[in-house]
Design a protein around this ligand. Structure first.
Ligand SMILES: *Cc1c(COP(=O)(O)O)cnc(C)c1O
Length: 222
């Protein structure tokens, strides 16, 4: 079958970038962001070895996570209170938590399900007005709030870098890493760094990413 799905190629590039950065390939998980494609492409990526997928809309998460139950699903989109029930449990990891009221709601729903929901705190490292996420100075307060919620576990931090400016992207990634290092002494589970997309993932790997979220490079338009 003719396919535009390039998971295998991208995974090999990620492994090479890890080697160049002196890191083991197993240290970096590739989340294939499938938000622009349907089940056929997801299925094709799975055949090429993809295990982790990311969605930014609850409807698409529900549809695909319920169809591909062997894959691991990540929620990377904007969180809305009324959709938290659709996300908790389906998403193994929620990357985009930055509001206390959402943390409390996630805790409540996770408790009903009898699970602990893993989350990342989204940080607006670059301070761009168009971007969502916590200001770096506010990250510790939300981490402390979550530490008091028994059914929410903060596994790390996530950021989106400024687009089209590689120096600014590197600065944002290094900033996220520094924040993570600072938190880790008090919050043991806070180890992950979700950073790097199609245009900037090689830099993110150099700066310590443990999760890269790659869409367009994997699911190319025909
Ligand atoms: C769409 C999206 C990605 C993937 O972006 P690409 O540039 O297509 O690789 C990563 N993270 C988030 C939060 C996204 O919304």
């Amino acid at each position: 079958m003719e396919t535009n799905v390039k998971y295998e190629e991208v995974a090999a590039q990620v492994a090479e970038a890890c080697a160049r950065a002196g890191r083991a390939a197993g240290e970096v998980a590739v989340v294939a962001v499938s938000k622009t494609v349907g089940p056929d492409e997801v299925s094709c990526a799975i055949k090429q070895g993809a295990r982790n997928f990311g969605e930014n809309r609850p409807d698409q998460l529900m549809l695909k996570a319920d169809q591909f139950t062997d894959a691991t699903w990540h929620f990377i989109g904007n969180i809305q209170s009324r959709r938290i029930r659709d996300i908790v449990g389906r998403a193994t990891l929620i990357h985009s938590l930055f509001e206390e009221r959402h943390a409390r709601k996630i805790d409540e729903v996770a408790r009903e399900h009898g699970i602990v929901q893993d989350v990342l705190l989204e940080v607006n490292v670059s301070g761009e007005e168009s971007k969502s996420g916590l200001a770096p100075a506010d990250v510790r307060a939300l981490a402390e709030c979550c530490a008091a919620l028994p059914n929410v576990r903060v596994r790390g931090l996530m950021t989106m870098a400024p687009l089209g400016d590689m120096a600014a992207a590197r600065k944002a990634f290094a900033g996220l890493r520094a924040l993570r290092d600072e938190l880790q002494s008090d919050f043991r589970d806070c180890t992950e760094l979700s950073m790097g997309m199609t245009d900037d993932w090689p830099i993110a790997i150099e700066e310590g990413a443990t999760i890269v979220r790659i869409g367009r490079a994997i699911f190319r338009p025909a």
